[in-house]
Write a protein that binds this ligand. Sequence first.
Ligand code: ADP
Ligand code: MG
Length: 316
Amino acid sequence: MGEFELIRQYFQPLADNARQGQLILGPGDDCAIQRIPPGRDLVFSVDTLVEGVHFPPNYPPEYLGWRSLAVAVSDLAAMGADPVCFTLALSLPRAEPEWLAGYSRGLARASDAFGIALAGGDTTRGPLTITLQVHGTVQEGLALQRSGARAGDLVCVTGPLGDAGAALDFLDTAAPTDDQQAVLARYHYPEPRLQLGAVLVGKASAAIDISDGLLSDLQHILDASGVGAEVDAGKIPLSPALVALKGGEALGLALNAGDDYQLCLTIAEEVLAELDSHVRSQLTAIGRISPKLGLNVANAETVGRRQGYDHFGRSV
Ligand code: ADP
Ligand code: MG
């Protein structure tokens, strides 16, 4: 199978998911064309996944298809952007039809679920590496950023944390229990909080998606905003499956493990109180921004603290 046949068969079908006509030209020309509606800002981000670094060798391709798009789209959710289109740069050791069919099936499911169309890409031979650039738009000037947290704001998260971290222990389990399946689903099929990010535009003061772990990602908000925070670890939502599987280690995973792709955001208390009750019910306040620098975590005395994953960093 040649490069162009491969693109036509496995990836061209994903281009039909054009959103609101904003993707004017998809794959097949030298460039794609996206039209930005008046009053909107283009918000874009690129992510690379390398086999053996970001996902295990022989990771099932259908999961990878979903995961690779979900983790990229999660950055759009964190900015409050509506997804429009993405490009896919795929480096493959060989053109294996079974792998390509699985990968493009998972990718197509994610593309439908998130309302984002394939705009083009690049296909090369090499070690398995997947790079996606995602494009979205947000109301002009209102993208959620890390730098807006202010003293007194509440720190909130959008759902249970630690499940994906716990799942790493069960990736090779032949017949997972119900609880193991529940945490594995969070790892294989992360669901970027797009709707929630979008409704928080103009409301939340800062936001980030939790890819590396709550403490390290919240610290990015604190650094960018020049503030500190007090967090009550006892308020962090934990899933029943995580608690059943990990007991006393559950909280450590919720604080330090990554891959959950919930949002961590800051919001003024009075703004939170005015949110629609359906939106409010999805937010859990876990702490408060303070003017004093530093991140203090109460009720986590038994949990060690580690830094988030840094490809070139020192471990502390
Ligand atoms: P060029 O040589 O002009 O850069 P390519 O030969 O790399 O173009 O790609 C030809 C067309 O196929 C382009 O429109 C490109 O966007 C598209 N394409 C290449 N690889 C992929 C892919 N993996 N998924 C979707 N479209 C792709
Ligand atoms: Mg060209």
